[in-house]
Design a protein around this ligand. Structure first.
Ligand code: SF4
Ligand code: ZN
Length: 325
């Protein structure tokens, strides 16, 4: 069984299309088995032993059962890296891509991977299969931030911005695009520091990405972020912070696609505002992602907006504590 499968929508060449997202159950991220990233609980979803190629194909079969004749984009995750051959062998990878090609409706495949697994050989191998079906390919990398100190000390990610650039350039050289995930508010940053970090990360990342997806940090089981949250030393980001980042990002770089689909929005363990406007503001982020229309981001308001502005002003002086739950 795949870890999760769901259908949704995304943009393809500026148009909304139907998507199928598959999280394959593999042995998971090698990094997660070591100390792992401070916010990542994916290892809880991983298999104890490496699934066989046939098992991975059976997972795909289950997943594509949810597709429709209009499914144009497939997003592949593994709670790790699609290009890590310890998770997905090269033969399984090829068979997965061929099966997706044979569906007939798919125009684009996106697969998540850490940058160290991106090599020209693996990419060529991938596009050799997908080209036969006229399917474009994109790698998705959880860069999180362009700041190496924050990535190391607050996230423990285990790669550098230079590693990301190398992977993205290797991909670009053979016509493969890159989607960068940025993480809003890893632990140990105030709300305003977190926003500044993302804004500078956007500027640094734009030359190497066609899409920037803003992930809003949430509290996952068994993580350092959870420990900090339980001790009241961590609050997930405000949804207003994401609204402000997407507004500024799109203004600065209109040609870049900005996405954000906040997970667990409105709960105390997820990104949230005051509780009254959370659903509406989270929906605005999703609507913007599918339209890229900045005006949507200005159409939403709540009494807690001024409270968020105060937090931005004062939280830097709170010695690491958050000011509003
Ligand atoms: S966030 Fe990504 S790189 Fe970090 S432990 Fe989780 S799956 Fe691995
Ligand atoms: Zn509110």
């Amino acid at each position: 069984m795949p870890t999760a499968v769901w259908t949704g929508h995304d943009l393809l060449d500026g148009k909304q299309v139907e998507t199928l997202t598959i999280i394959f159950c593999t042995t998971g991220c090698y990094r997660g088995k070591e100390k792992g990233c401070t916010m990542c609980g994916f290892i809880n979803d991983s298999a104890d032993s490496t699934p066989s190629d046939d098992n991975l194909l059976a997972q795909l079969d289950r997943a594509t059962g949810k597709s429709t004749p209009q499914t144009s984009m497939i997003k592949i995750f593994t709670s790790g890296s699609f290009f890590d051959e310890g998770e997905v062998t090269s033969s399984a990878r090829r068979r997965i891509l061929k099966t997706i090609g044979e569906m007939g409706s798919v125009k684009k495949v996106i697969a998540e991977t850490r940058p160290e697994f991106v090599t020209e050989i693996k990419l060529r191998d991938t596009i050799d299969v997908l080209d036969r079906y006229e399917i474009s390919f994109e790698i998705a990398i959880g860069l999180e931030t362009s700041n190496d100190t924050i990535r190391k000390d607050c996230i423990n990610k285990g790669f550098t911005f230079a590693d990301f650039i190398r992977a993205s350039q290797t991909a670009a050289d053979i016509g493969v695009t890159t989607k960068a995930y940025l993480l809003l508010k890893p632990p140990f940053l105030s709300e305003s520091m977190a926003i500044d970090d993302i804004l500078s990360s956007i500027s640094d990342t734009v030359p190497y990405s066609s899409t920037i997806s803003l992930n809003l940090c949430n509290v996952q089981n068994g993580t350092l972020v959870e420990e900090l949250h339980n001790r009241k030393d961590y609050r997930p980001p405000w949804l207003w912070s994401a609204v402000s980042i997407l507004k500024k990002g799109k203004e600065m770089y209109p040609h870049i696609t900005f996405m954000s689909d906040p997970v667990a929005a409105g709960s105390k363990r997820g990104p949230h505002n005051c509780g009254e406007c959370d659903k509406e503001v989270a929906q605005v982020l999703r609507d913007f992602s599918l339209s890229q229309d900045q005006t949507i981001l200005s159409d939403v308001d709540c009494h807690c907006f001024t409270l968020w502005e105060k937090v931005m002003e004062l939280e830097d002086n709170a010695y690491g504590s958050y000011l509003v739950k």
